[in-house]
Structure formats: structure tokens, C-alpha cells
Design a binder for this molecule. Structure first.
Ligand SMILES: Nc1ncnc2c1ncn2[C@@H]1O[C@H](COP(=O)(O)OP(=O)(O)O)[C@@H](O)[C@H]1O
Ligand SMILES: [Mg+2]
Length: 361
């Protein structure tokens, strides 16, 4: 247990009940500092300004209710221990509040359970936090590792470009006629453009992306965005779009999702030199008990051979003469930042299908 007194925020309107809760806490020999609130305004203020480590809440209050309080807490901290302390909470309600994210519930006539319930909730919370810290560390190591490799390749790429510019400098200086100078200038422009593409995409890749999220109905979004994709794909490629009958709400940075779909569409276009078909599907799926909105982009292009398939999302991996190999690496990073998944299926000669799964609200 921490040496500092435990900060407990109590949402309770009845004086006598608040007194009972405090007595139970004292009996449990818990060093604590308790603040009691009764209204939504006070609750929200204390939650953010005081940073309680545990929330205890009555289920029914005159002007505010426990479930609404739970929702407020869950929006700001998914794991903060939140325990209902209620006079009456039938079995059904109890199951429901746990499903809605409450950590536990204690009945007012069984307050001896309160301190053990708090202790269990805290130890689970600490374990989760420790796990998250370790995962974040691993992720940083992975990033540094791949950045090291990326830096080497960029140096190589940009160097190639500089060399090709240097090579045309001599003929340019000695240019006997304006036509020659013009050709050389064109070559330099191309080389510089290539270097710029590498550096802008790398900058985008290495700037940490923290999504600016809001709730978006993907069905609604895809119906408008499909127009942009259609224009982008050009006339040789036929775009078909399929959406579900109902709204599909996800919590996303929609600019980033647009970037991901654009990257996929751009690869599909590159894979279909002689034209073809692209299908954009949206549907709901369940994976490992979680609901996701799935965006699928299918092309009838060249497909991906197995050795390429293994390296698709690797930064700077490209099979194209003027590719940067960052489209899929950036897309992967963005989708993962949203708690989602991205993967590909492909049959060489038939086509490729990319799946993007985003957690539903
Ligand atoms: N739809 C697709 N069809 C065939 N190959 C693909 C497709 N999407 C990606 N690839 C392969 O994956 C590689 C990496 O893609 P990406 O990261 O977008 O970089 P780039 O497009 O610059 O090459 C491509 O060079 C290509 O070989
Ligand atoms: Mg690409």
C-alpha cells in the first residue's frame, strides 16, 4: 500500500450513508483522504483537479446518477477503480454496472467488503499500469530499432539523388546549347522531386502521431470520400463501393483514416497499370469478442508474391522504381495508434485485399 493517504472521491448525497462509508474505511485500517461530492459539477471538478485514486459512488442521487459518473470517469481514465456503494442493487443491475465498466459494487449493508474491494481494485489497477509501461517501453525500442534502419536507408537514397545531380553538373556547365541545358535541368528537377518525396514521407513517419479523435459514422464518411478516391483512381479503374444499412460509429482521427485509405488506393492504382477494378467495402465484424468496423479495399492488380508479402509494412521497403516504401508503414502506424488492425491477403496474378479494422464505439 502507498505511504501517502489514498485519495478517495465519494459521490453520495445522504449524510448518514457517507458517515457509514467513512466508518467502514477507518475500520479497514486504510490511510485515506476522502472528499465527498453530491453534484455533477463538483464530481467532475474533483475528478480532474484532485486526481482521486478510487471513486466510490452511490447509484441513485437527486440531481445526478452513478452511471453518468461512471461514464465521465471512463472517458478520462479507462482503468481508474470505480466502486458502486449502493443500498439496493439487484443482481441484474449489478451485472449491468460491471458490464458498463464499474470495477466492483458493495451493498450498504455489507460494508465490511468495502476495504477488501478497494484493495483488490487497486492492485489490479497497478498491475495494468505496470503492464502498459512495459509495453510502451517495448514499443519505443521497436521504433528506435526500425528508425536506425530507416536512417541508414534514407542516407543511401538521398545520397543517390545527390550523386545523380552531381553527375549532370559538368555537362551543364559546359552546355554548348540551350536544349542540352534544358534536358539537364529536367533531370535535376526529377532527382530533387524524388529526394523531396523521401524526406516528406520520412518526416511524416517519424513525427509521432497522436490521433485527434472524434466520433465519426464511417458509413456516412465513405459515401462522400468514395468520390475523392474515384477521381484519384482515374478512368481506367472502376470503383465499386459497398456500405452496410446502418451507421457505423468509430472514434477516430478521420484525416488519418483518409490518409490510410488513400495510401491503399494509391498502391492499388500502381498494381493495375492496364486498369481494373477496386472495391471498397465497409462492414461490422467481431474479432476476439470485440466489435470492429472493417474497411476492405480489394484490387484486381498484380498481387503480392510471398517474399514481398512478408515485408509489406516494413519502412522503406518498395518494389517500385520511384516508390518510397513508406505508404504501408505509415498506414500501419496510424491504424495501430487507433487500437486497430491492418493486414493483407493476396493471390499473385489475381489481386490483393487490404483489411483495416477499427474498434467500434
Ligand atoms: N495493392 C497492392 N498490390 C500489389 N503490391 C502491393 C500492393 N500494395 C502494396 N504492395 C507492395 O508493397 C510495397 C510497399 O508499399 P508501400 O509501403 O505503399 O510503398 P510504395 O508504394 O512506395 O512502394 C510496394 O512497393 C508493393 O510491392
Ligand atoms: Mg504506396
Amino acid at each position: 500500500m502507498p505511504a501517502e493517504p489514498l485519495r478517495i472521491l465519494l459521490l453520495e448525497d445522504t449524510d448518514s450513508d457517507a458517515e457509514l462509508v467513512q466508518r467502514a474505511l477507518r475500520r479497514g485500517e486504510l490511510a485515506f483522504d476522502l472528499r465527498r461530492v453530491e453534484t455533477e459539477a463538483a464530481f467532475t471538478r474533483e475528478l480532474h483537479a484532485w486526481n482521486p485514486e478510487v471513486v466510490l459512488a452511490d447509484y441513485r442521487l437527486p440531481t445526478f446518477d452513478g452511471l453518468a459518473a461512471l461514464e465521465i470517469v471512463r472517458l478520462s481514465d479507462a482503468g481508474l477503480p470505480f466502486i458502486f456503494v449502493s443500498g439496493t442493487l439487484g443482481d441484474e443491475k449489478a451485472v449491468e454496472v460491471l458490464k458498463l465498466g464499474a470495477t466492483d459494487y458493495v451493498l450498504k449493508d455489507r460494508l465490511s467488503r468495502l476495504v477488501p474491494a478497494i484493495q483488490r481494485a487497486l492492485s489490479e489497477y497497478e498491475q495494468r499500469a505496470a503492464r502498459r509501461r512495459i509495453e510502451a517501453q517495448l514499443e519505443r525500442t521497436r521504433r528506435l530499432d526500425s528508425l536506425g534502419r530507416v536512417a541508414g536507408t534514407i542516407a543511401h537514397e538521398v545520397n543517390n539523388v545527390l550523386m545523380s545531380i552531381q553527375m549532370v553538373m559538368e555537362p551543364l556547365r559546359a552546355a554548348p546549347d540551350p536544349g542540352m541545358a534544358e534536358r539537364v535541368a529536367d533531370q535535376i528537377t526529377l532527382a530533387v522531386r524524388r529526394a523531396q518525396r523521401v524526406t516528406t514521407e520520412v518526416a511524416r513517419f517519424t513525427t509521432p502521431v497522436s490521433p485527434e479523435v472524434s466520433v465519426v459514422d464511417l458509413k456516412n464518411w465513405i459515401e462522400t470520400f468514395a468520390g475523392e478516391i474515384r477521381a484519384f483512381l482515374g478512368e481506367k479503374i472502376l470503383l465499386e463501393v459497398q456500405v452496410p444499412p446502418d451507421a457505423m460509429n468509430v472514434n477516430v482521427d478521420i484525416r488519418q483514416i483518409e490518409q490510410v485509405v488513400t495510401n491503399l488506393a494509391s498502391n492499388a492504382r500502381d498494381a493495375m497499370d492496364d486498369g481494373g477494378q477496386v472495391r471498397l467495402d465497409l462492414r461490422g465484424v467481431t474479432q476476439e469478442g470485440r466489435r470492429y468496423a472493417e474497411i476492405t479495399l480489394t484490387d484486381t492488380g498484380s498481387g503480392v508474391p510471398p517474399d514481398v508479402h512478408a515485408r509489406l509494412f516494413e519502412p522503406l521497403f518498395t518494389t517500385k522504381r520511384t516508390g518510397t516504401g513508406l505508404g504501408l508503414a505509415v498506414s500501419h502506424q496510424m491504424v495501430v495508434a487507433h487500437g486497430g488492425l491492418i493486414y493483407a491477403e493476396s493471390e499473385p496474378g489475381v489481386g490483393t485485399q487490404f483489411h483495416v479494422l477499427l474498434p467500434m464505439v
